[in-house]
Design a protein around this ligand. Sequence first.
Ligand code: CA
Ligand code: CA
Length: 274
Amino acid sequence: MQRRNTIFVLIAGLLCAPLASWAQNPATPAANANLTTMVLIPGGSFTSGAPVDLGHQLCKKFHNGNCSRSWFADEQPIHTLILDPFFIDKYEVTQRDFERVMKRNPSKFKGKILPVDNVTWQEAKTYCQKLGKRLPTEAEWEKASQGGVSTVYPWGDEFESGKANFCDQRCSKRWRENQFQDGYEYTAPVGNYPPNGYGLYDMAGNVYEWVEDWYAKDYYRVRPHKNPKGPASGSKKVMRGGSWINYSVGVRPADRTDTDPDDRFAFSGFRCAQ
Ligand SMILES: [Ca+2]
Ligand SMILES: [Ca+2]
């Protein structure tokens, strides 16, 4: 579930969701951690993108006819990209940190160590700038999300329960995947699932993450192979990593989603780079 026309369906469903049933989550290791910690991602090459048929087949495995091959067309062509080293936040930005910096908390699902949600692209960018940071580029985000391996998911080629927060059996949406269990209907506290190979948490799922780049469906056809920074202009920004409301196929590092930079969703947050 990853395209804008489907996002509107999701929003309609969300407005009807039993938000009041959401309860404060128990403490996790992140509760006592320094949530502003960043991780150094080494410079060098990585493989960006995925075959369109891979995403489509994985989607059909769980959702039969409710998958369009076109959803995955923007993940091609596959390239070896070269990036300079960069730092990226170990966790999604929490509401505790967002409120401390921005003096407000727009989130739908309240909790100090839940990820901030319902933020616009500009609010995410402003938060990072106030800390002397920036949003990651789309390419940086993808490399960081892979965790140093080139499998379909950061943990391997098959989706597994308990590795990421997505629309599992607890999810109230009709497209939930009942064979998986992650423990959360909506957002989970940051750091609740195992980290990837770079020690980063929740790059797969929980909340979508804004990146700096404008979106273009065919950008991979024209991008430079060294430090790509996205199209020079556009009308949509990129969000990455899937969320509590998405299909499992949507939490792959290769997945790309586009949305209006002014949109606020109860499933979109961010993390900063430097
Ligand atoms: Ca879930
Ligand atoms: Ca995430």
